[in-house]
Design a protein around this ligand. Sequence first.
Ligand code: URA
Length: 229
Amino acid sequence: MQSRRQRIDRYLEKHLPGNKHHVKLLLAQGQVELDGACCQDGQILVNQFSRIKVAGQLMPHETAIYLMLNKPAGVVCATVDDEHQTVFDLLPDDIASVSGLHIAGRLDRFSTGLVLITNDGAWSRALTEPQTKVAKHYRVTLEHPITDDYGPAFAAGMYFPYEDITTQPVTFRKLSEHVAELVLTEGRYHQIKRMFGRFRNPVKSLHRYRIGDHLLPDDLAAGEYRPLG
Ligand code: URA
């Protein structure tokens, strides 16, 4: 989803009657307000969520939505699915129907936990692009015992020939014989399952409890959502 960033003077030239000179005058006269403050600099960048007032009149804008949802197992991170319930089916219709609503980092069908949902493409890109290295925290339960060679192998990165990439270092902490916590800074396709697959150790459950500063609250039950605070 694109964030439509542009200069405020260009935006006003497109959306107001009159010419460039008229827009310059409005800015110079202090008749333009951006997000509650007077704006006289035509080069300031705005996007589809900016609240711009001209002579006290609010211009059309979109409302930014930022939600966290506790995904139950069996629900898919997709916009539509003929067979399974989707995370958007767990939202009320008036939110689920907002244009451009999307997931900032998917989970597989049987994974559970924190899913962030937004209509702000710039925000979701900053959370999900590998180069921004936002930490994603997972708790994993495995079928077979965890041995001492897992930690070094996850830290070193693994080569995935299909994508021709080596995974970024993963922080690995063994909590018990079958349970570990992992911190990833990227989200390759089925990454965690494929990494444990190298040890022929199937993942029994996979739960994401944190993305960057966003922590899944204990009182947000599976299937529930809430706006980000
Ligand atoms: N890695 C996986 O294998 N599955 C997920 O849902 C998330 C990360």
